[in-house]
Design a protein around this ligand. Structure first.
Ligand code: PHE
Ligand code: CO
Length: 292
């Protein structure tokens, strides 16, 4: 893949944020036109590896009874836990399992390159790690969120196919001016989704699975609303990025998620343009509320 002549891609900030973009999008010309870059493994310090180890230890101790079975089964496939893994080590296993690969990126990337990577079964993983001050909470995705939260389910064939379809659907949504709507679906499924399994409600969303506080909150707290996933409903619902979710959407299986999202969304996007947006804590009479 060619590098951009004369410099690196532009940094990215989502939403109306005053925060400066966190990643280094120049890296001395190492960032390619598709926003991928080499994993800067030499840049990790002993302190970084130690933070990763402690994050991994804390989070892996929390997942029993709260994370879905597929996640728990695949978590050991991330390999090293006492240090940040090399992405190539994970790729040896991941490519064999589902023909997915992870690729390093310097931080958040724009919609089209993001969707393009997913459509090609490449999952972008931020390569830098949070600071010690961000041990409990970080707004932006870092290497721990991306690896621990997202990568285990890429070992599941149905979920893996769903992520590729999402990427292709994202490119279509971009052409139709519907990225905001589709990103809500991503938020409430891939990032904050819950699933009903034989042993009860479990988390499969990466934002929940990589959070020490929100994992038990999402699955067990009486506070938030839990509603059966409904495409139109979910894509009307705004979301908050800096607090626990007020509403979680629940699926029954990854096959259900795949089948529900397989149809052409073009008519849905047209319908969404006629419907008002909903607040993150809205509850409609027709919502199928899930009791835990
Ligand atoms: N089927 C959707 C479309 O036609 C794309 C999509 C797939 C969206 C998977 C989400 C998840 O736009
Ligand atoms: Co994420």
């Amino acid at each position: 893949m060619a590098e951009i002549a004369g410099g690196a891609p532009e940094p990215v900030v989502y939403g109306q944020s005053d925060r400066p973009p966190r990643g280094d999008y120049s890296r001395g010309g190492q960032v390619r036109a598709d926003y991928t870059c080499p994993q800067n493994y030499a840049a990790y310090t002993a302190a970084d590896h130690d933070i990763y180890h402690r994050l991994y230890q804390r989070q892996s101790a929390l997942v029993p009874g709260l994370a879905c079975d597929e996640f728990i089964a695949a978590l050991p496939l991330l390999g090293a836990k006492e240090r940040i893994p090399r992405f190539e080590e994970i790729n040896d296993r991941l490519y064999k399992a589902t023909r997915w690969e992870i690729v390093a990126v310097p931080g958040l990337i724009p919609e089209v390159p993001f969707f393009t990577l997913l459509a090609n079964r490449k999952f972008p993983v931020t390569d830098w790690l949070r600071t010690p001050a961000e041990f409990d909470y970080i707004v932006e995705p870092d290497v721990f969120h991306d690896l621990f939260g997202h990568v285990p389910l890429l070992f599941n064939p149905v979920f893996a196919d769903h992520m590729q379809a999402y990427g292709a659907g994202g490119l279509k949504a971009h052409a139709l001016g519907a990225c905001e709507q589709l990103s809500r679906l991503y938020w409430y499924t891939v990032e904050f989704g819950l699933i009903r399994q034989a042993n009860g409600l479990r988390a499969y969303g990466a934002g929940i699975l990589s959070s020490s506080g929100e994992l038990a909150y999402a699955v067990q707290s009486p506070e938030p609303q839990r509603i059966a996933l409904n495409l139109l409903r979910t894509m009307r619902t705004r979301y908050k990025i800096d607090s626990y979710q007020q509403t979680y959407f629940v699926i029954d299986s990854f096959q259900q998620l795949f089948d529900m999202t397989a149809p052409d969304f073009t008519p849905l996007y047209a319908q969404l343009k006629t419907l008002p947006e909903l607040a993150a804590n809205a509850l409609l009479p027709e919502d199928a509320v899930i009791q835990r």
